[in-house]
Structures are given as structure tokens and as C-alpha cells.
Unconditional design. Structure first.
Length: 261
């Protein structure tokens, strides 16, 4: 709002300056970091940890996890189209919408449908988001999630390492989109990896993908590790795989939900 007596400039009269400075880029990085979790989240029967590795200091990935008043734990992970500052700005918008939504109900599919609806109220041309919203109930160890275009979560248990659920359309594309619910009961020792596609699409010097198969082999080693240790192993392996290959071409974000033995 302009001060009294001063006419606010019309939008088409505003002149923007030159290239973004390093100071402005660092400010953007700090603002984005403030929107991310401060650290791991632990309860009597679970632990959650995450890693965020943006492509260019800031990026279009985001993640959050939080305790809800009913005792459940909410988790969301997202990846907006694009990279850099413009993607980071759009990701901040999407996070703001999600934070308003997750307090209004417990239905993961309804939350993503509402996100889709709100994004289409004032759509940004060419912009949309792949997102996953999950609810974990510690007493029953029940995990329920809906997926709007993110890679499938990966479960490692004592007997299997497998992808969970199905995909769905990203939010912000089509009105009236509905999202399925996927529910799984977790057991002591189980761990679930939620990750954006920047991890799966890393490439080595031979231009090979990091791939689901490679990620599965690494993830199978995480059954006895904590959430933090599992993420450390995954990112160490990813760094070694990409060493000498192409530089990181996309934001990488991963969240691990671990049920201790």
C-alpha cells in the first residue's frame, strides 16, 4: 500500500534493474532455507530426515514434515517445473498453499485436489507441480499418501524392496483432477524413501541414469540404518556415481520415514 498522498506506480511503469546480484541470490537462498524443516523429526515409533540439494543454490524442490493435532504426522515433497530463482519463487507459493491446506483435513487425496484447484484460480503459464502428500499414524504405523506426479516412494523391509502406490497428474494443469489414496502398514525396521526425480535422473560420464535399479540396490542396504544414515548412504553413492560425469542437472530432495526395530 502506498503512503498517503503518494500515488503508487502502475505495474507497467515499474522498471526492474539489471542482473540478479550474488547478494540477492544469497538472500533468496536464506529465505528458501527458512521454509524447509530445521532438522529431523522423531517420535517414540518413527524418525524422519531429509536432504535438499538445489541445482543452483535455490530451486524448485521443497519438503516438509510436521506433527498434526490429532497425533498423526504429515509429510509432503514437491517439485515445481523449472529451476533457479523463478522455480524457487513458485515453490514458495505452492508451499504456502499446502501449509494452509494440511491444517484443514486429513484426506491426502482431497488435499492435493484442493491444491490443484487453488493453483488454477490464478494460474501461471507453463508452471505446475509434482507433489506427494502423506499421513503417518504412529500408533498403528499406517502410512497413507496420494501422489500427484512424483516418483513412486520406495519401501525397504526385511523381505522386500519395492515401489509403493501409483502416480497421478501434477497439480496446476487440469481442473477437477482427483487423486487416489494408497495405504500401507509399516513394520519395525521398515523405511520409506520419498524423492524427487533429480535423484533418479542423475547421469554418469557414460551418460547412464542413476536408475531405479541402482537406487533399489543401495536402498536395500538401509534396513539396519537410521533415517539420517540412510540418506547419507544414498547421497554418498549418488555423488560417487556422478563424479566425473555431467554436473547435477536438477534439484534433488529426499525424505526418509524410518520405523526403528
Amino acid at each position: 500500500m502506498a503512503p498517503s498522498g503518494i500515488e503508487a506506480p502502475r505495474l507497467n511503469e515499474i522498471r526492474f534493474g539489471g542482473p540478479i546480484t550474488e547478494f540477492e541470490r544469497e538472500e533468496a537462498r536464506q529465505i528458501q532455507q527458512s521454509l524447509l524443516p530445521e532438522g529431523a523429526l522423531e517420535g517414540p515409533s518413527f524418525e524422519i530426515a531429509y536432504r535438499f540439494s538445489p541445482y543452483a543454490g535455490v530451486g524448485g524442490d521443497f519438503a516438509d514434515f510436521f506433527n498434526l493435532p490429532n497425533g498423526q504426522v504429515g509429510i509432503y515433497v514437491g517439485d515445481v517445473v523449472g529451476k533457479g530463482l523463478s522455480a524457487a519463487l513458485y515453490a514458495a507459493l505452492v508451499m504456502g498453499l499446502l501449509r494452509g491446506i494440511h491444517k484443514t483435513g486429513e484426506d491426502t487425496g482431497a488435499a492435493l485436489s484442493l491444491l490443484n484447484k487453488r493453483m488454477l484460480v490464478r494460474p501461471v503459464p507453463g508452471r505446475y507441480v509434482a507433489a506427494l502428500y502423506a499421513l503417518f499414524d504412529p500408533p498403528t504405523r499406517k502410512l497413507t499418501f496420494s501422489n500427484a506426479g512424483l516418483p513412486f516412494p520406495l519401501l525397504v523391509s526385511k523381505s522386500v524392496c519395492t515401489q509403493l502406490g501409483q502416480g497421478g497428474l501434477p497439480c496446476g494443469l487440469f481442473p477437477g483432477t482427483l487423486y487416489d489414496h494408497h495405504t500401507f502398514e509399516l513394520h519395525p525396521g521398515d523405511a520409506v524413501l520419498f524423492a524427487t526425480d533429480g535423484l533418479h535422473e542423475l547421469r554418469d560420464r557414460q551418460d547412464h541414469d542413476f536408475s531405479w535399479e541402482r537406487l533399489t540396490r543401495i536402498w536395500e542396504q538401509c534396513g539396519c540404518k537410521s533415517a539420517e544414515e540412510s540418506l547419507g548412504l544414498i547421497f554418498d553413492e549418488a555423488r560417487q556415481f556422478a563424479e566425473g560425469g555431467s554436473e547435477q542437472q536438477d534439484d534433488i530432495t529426499a525424505v526418509v520415514l524410518k520405523i526403528p526395530n
